[in-house]
Design a protein around this ligand. Sequence first.
Ligand SMILES: Nc1ncnc2c1ncn2[C@@H]1O[C@H](COP(=O)(O)OP(=O)(O)OP(=O)(O)O)[C@@H](O)[C@H]1O
Ligand SMILES: CC(C)(CO)[C@@H](O)C(=O)[O-]
Ligand code: BAL
Length: 290
Amino acid sequence: MKIVETVAEIRRELQTHRSKTIGLVPTMGYLHEGHLSLIKRARKECDIVVLSIFVNPLQFGPNEDFERYPRDLDRDAALAKQAGVDLLFCPSVREMYPHEILTEVRVRKVTDRLCGASRPGHFEGVATVVTKLFHIVLPDRAYFGLKDAQQVAVIEQMVKDLHFPVTIVPCETVREPDGLAMSSRNVYLSEEERKQAVILNRALTEVKEQLEKGLLITADEVNRYVRERINSQPLAQIDYVETLSYPRLEPIHHLDQRPIIVAVAVRFGSTRLIDNLLFGGKEESACSGQ
Ligand SMILES: Nc1ncnc2c1ncn2[C@@H]1O[C@H](COP(=O)(O)OP(=O)(O)OP(=O)(O)O)[C@@H](O)[C@H]1O
Ligand SMILES: CC(C)(CO)[C@@H](O)C(=O)[O-]
Ligand code: BAL
């Protein structure tokens, strides 16, 4: 595995591989099994696997955790090598943003709710940096986790709208044995917060069972059920609980429209966790803007 820090170098490295299938796995590092599942899928489907590690300041709000976001490049490089990455692209902030950036990519409507509403500017930061990464690497396929299901919807919309010649591959959420979605931010949790955080997946799993039995009929009923279950944990502070259409992320009333997403963001102390249930659709289709 080669570690590359500059745009010029990654372009040079990839120049001789243009006739092959190039897969990109964009991350912010501090790798866990969720990231590794994306890399392993890319390894199976592509000739060349590029992993990017970049904590993108553009997608963090002024009071968010950009500074304290966990970083460990040595450990990440060892894990990436073991998982079969060919090129690890880990640019500095200066390398990615050498001058004041006057251009931003904004995807409308699908960013109106959920994290788009509770983290203003977040998806403009994501769409802009992903555009930059796509232009730098020119991947044939790019792998994203459905834990960030709104992010997948935003990137898929962007790729379709702007004819990016890349196939987006959404990948299933990888969970801890007790069901908590793996996240780099889980390391922030205290022992007690970690125990209570399992309620996110538990509430969503219960809702899935109820939906399958036809016991919940409206989005309001689903939201109320999930809120009550999450509020049973004294350390949990709900940011949002919403049931929407997917991938358009529009409000729905009755649940006869499919697929739907039940999405949650919950704070435990200063740690904000997200999770979701996608119900009634193909969870792992690939989308292309070609
Ligand atoms: N548990 C998971 N299962 C599958 N994919 C995941 C999981 N966690 C993250 N990913 C995916 O890995 C990619 C990089 O995510 P990122 O580096 O932000 O990790 P993260 O653990 O989600 O961090 P955080 O939760 O702190 O934002 C994204 O496409 C994301 O959806
Ligand atoms: C896609 C991404 C790497 C862009 O910075 C980030 O939002 C993430 O890790 O999900
Ligand atoms: N996984 C999404 C990146 C972020 O929280 O900023």
